[in-house]
Ligand binder design. Structure first.
Ligand SMILES: NC(=O)c1ccc[n+]([C@@H]2O[C@H](COP(=O)([O-])OP(=O)(O)OC[C@H]3O[C@@H](n4cnc5c(N)ncnc54)[C@H](OP(=O)(O)O)[C@@H]3O)[C@@H](O)[C@H]2O)c1
Length: 363
């Protein structure tokens, strides 16, 4: 029976969300302890390298607390392996918790199913699949990374009402209104990296930061993602004062040099030579190895076109200005499978498509 535990699982999902921004490559996990239908203790995974949710909860319990008839509820299968912290299955067994309710199985091949097996082998009753879809959706980035062993990838562009993402001139065309820009800057603050092609870097001179979110952001290093430019032939200019105004590293992926560059101004540029990794599957696998949990690819058309053709996009986002028509220019990409959601942000229409995860394996 998976019904009856939804209230507790919903609370786990709320707790799990508290870890957003802090868990890095790890999943978002919350856990509660239930006795006689009441939640009596809570825990969550608060940051990369910190205790997992179940351990956070169980270690905080008073020594003399009677937990003999309690049920532990958690949105992701308890782990059974040593990572940065010891296995959660062990502490659940040690505390003699008789029943565990799990939202979804862990997609990590080191864990998947084994955490549950271990609990059951110690006589613990385990019920799985409570709000499984919600649990998988909350961690869709983690599932995607684990299944494909690459960074989670969002393709984003702004389009005019007649379907162009740029005009044919050398000058930047501002397409999005204020609300859409605000929305984008919040999104930027939630990803590990923002990536553009070199032509966009040169033409638009984008700052690639999350400045509108919070006016203090420019003086804080914490919220700006790593900036990445795809520039195989080193055509771009990386010696400008504007680069230093954003407190985040700039990685220039190229085929020529490999060096860190710090100018007198403190210019934080890293040139990284990638001889054979220009195929998107490989680029994203390489970014994953550099601990880039998610990457927002912002264009231009060539970069987005190749990315979309590679099939590596996990989420498509278009901000379409419903008033502006320019009659010609660089065409915006198409959604390969349409969009699932849309909402107005001022005069812009945000359309989103999230590629479904093969979640049935993890229920
Ligand atoms: N509306 C929007 O949302 C939006 C967003 C961004 C940009 N834009 C506009 O788009 C225009 C620029 O687009 P664009 O298509 O001309 O150029 P782009 O995509 O910005 O840059 C293309 C260049 O980046 C390098 N590159 C891209 N993908 C690569 C890959 N997988 N492997 C190796 N190199 C790669 C290549 O450099 P090499 O040529 O040296 O090989 C390529 O020619 C600008 O006008 C800009 O304003 C609009």
């Amino acid at each position: 029976m998976t019904t009856g535990w939804e209230f507790a699982m919903r609370r786990c999902l709320q707790l799990a969300e508290k870890g957003e921004h802090f868990v890095g490559m790890n999943p978002l996990v919350g856990s509660v302890l239930v006795k006689d239908g009441e939640i009596i203790a809570e825990g969550y995974h608060a940051g990369f390298g910190l205790a997992h949710a179940e351990r956070d909860l169980l270690e905080k319990l008073p020594e003399d607390m009677d937990i003999a008839n309690c049920t532990l509820v958690v949105n992701l299968e308890p782990c059974n392996h040593f990572g940065k912290t010891p296995p959660c299955a062990d502490i659940i067994i040690a505390k003699q918790i008789p029943q565990v309710i799990v939202g979804a199985l862990d997609p990590n091949p080191l864990v998947s199913g084994r955490g549950i097996e271990r609990l059951r082998s110690h006589g613990i009753e385990v019920i799985t699949g409570v709000l499984a879809e919600e649990c998988i959706q909350l961690n869709r980035q983690f599932y995607t990374r684990m299944i494909h062993q690459r960074s989670y990838c969002i393709a984003k562009w702004a389009a005019t009402a007649d379907g162009y993402m740029a005009n044919n001139s050398e000058h930047r065309l501002l397409i999005s209104g204020e609300q859409a820009q605000q929305h984008l800057h919040v999104l930027r603050s939630r990803v590990s990296a923002i990536l553009v092609g070199v032509t966009t870097w040169e033409r638009d001179k984008p700052r690639l930061d999350s400045r509108i979110l919070d006016s203090d952001v420019e003086s804080s290093e914490s919220w700006n993602p790593i900036r990445i430019v795809l520039d195989p032939n080193l055509r771009g200019n990386y010696d400008t004062e504007a680069i230093d105004r954003v407190f985040s590293p700039l990685w220039v992926l190229n085929e020529k040099i490999d060096e860190n560059k710090k100018s007198e101004r403190g210019n934080n540029v890293r040139f990284i030579r990638l001889p054979k990794q220009w195929i998107w599957q490989e680029l994203l696998a390489w970014l994953y190895q550099q601990n880039i949990a998610s990457v927002l690819v912002e264009g231009g058309a060539t970069t987005l076109g190749e990315l979309i053709a590679s099939g590596c996009v996990d989420e498509y986002m278009e901000y379409r200005n419903t008033d502006l028509r320019i009659g010609g220019g660089i065409e915006a990409p198409d959604f390969p499978n349409g969009w699932q959601q849309q909402q107005f942000l001022g005069e812009d229409l945000l359309r989103v498509f999230k590629v479904p995860i093969a979640g049935e394996l993890y229920r």
